[in-house]
Design a protein around this ligand. Structure first.
Ligand code: HEC
Length: 136
C-alpha cells in the first residue's frame, strides 16, 4: 500500500468511531424528550450555571465542575484530588472533546456523581455541552 492509501484508510477508520459534538447534542435531545415530553431546547446559560455551581458535598467539601476544569473551559485543568493535568474541556480549545460519545457519557456519569452526588439528566448534559460549544 502506498502512504496515501494508509492515510485514506486511517481517515475512514476514524470517521466510523469519531463523530462531532453536535451528534452527541442531537442524541441528548432525543433522550431529553424521552425524559420530559415538554422538553424544548438546551440552554447555554443554564449550562454555564451548572459548570460553576458549587455543591456542598455530604463530606463537607464544596465541589463544582470548575474545581477540576477551572473557571475557564478553555484552560488547562487540574484534578482537585490527584493534581493531574486535564486538557481543556471546550471543543474550541481541544478538538478531541465530545468526539467519542461513549467517553463523554462515561465522564458525565462519574463527574456528575462526584459533584452532584447523582446522575445528570439529559437536559443538564445538553445544557452543559451547549455552553461548551458556545465558547469560541
Ligand atoms: C474531581 C475532578 C473533576 C470534576 C470535579 C469534574 N471533572 Fe469532568 N473530568 C475530569 C477528568 C479527570 C476527566 C477525564 C480526563 C480528560 O478527559 O481529560 C474529565 C472529563 C470530563 C468529560 C469528558 C469530555 C469528553 O468527551 O472528552 C466531561 C463531559 C466532563 N468531564 C464533565 C464534567 C461535569 C459536567 C462536571 C461537573 C458536574 C465535571 N466534569 C467535574 C475531572 C473532573
Amino acid at each position: 500500500m502506498t502512504r496515501f492509501t494508509f492515510l485514506v484508510a486511517g481517515l475512514l477508520a476514524c470517521g466510523a468511531a469519531w463523530a462531532a459534538p453536535q451528534d452527541l447534542l442531537q442524541s441528548l435531545a432525543v433522550q431529553a424528550r424521552q425524559e420530559n415530553t415538554r422538553f424544548q431546547s438546551f440552554s447555554a446559560s443554564r449550562g454555564e450555571q451548572l459548570y460553576h455551581a458549587k455543591q456542598l458535598h455530604s463530606s463537607g467539601k464544596t465541589l463544582s465542575c470548575a474545581s477540576c476544569h477551572t473557571d475557564s473551559p478553555k484552560a488547562l485543568g487540574r484534578h482537585a484530588k490527584t493534581g493531574k493535568e486535564i486538557l481543556p474541556l471546550a471543543p474550541a480549545a481541544n478538538h478531541e472533546r465530545f468526539a467519542d460519545s461513549a467517553k463523554a457519557e462515561k465522564w458525565f456519569k462519574r463527574n456528575c456523581q462526584d459533584v452532584l452526588e447523582r446522575a445528570c439528566t439529559a437536559q443538564e448534559k445538553g445544557d452543559f455541552l451547549s455552553y461548551l460549544l458556545s465558547i469560541k
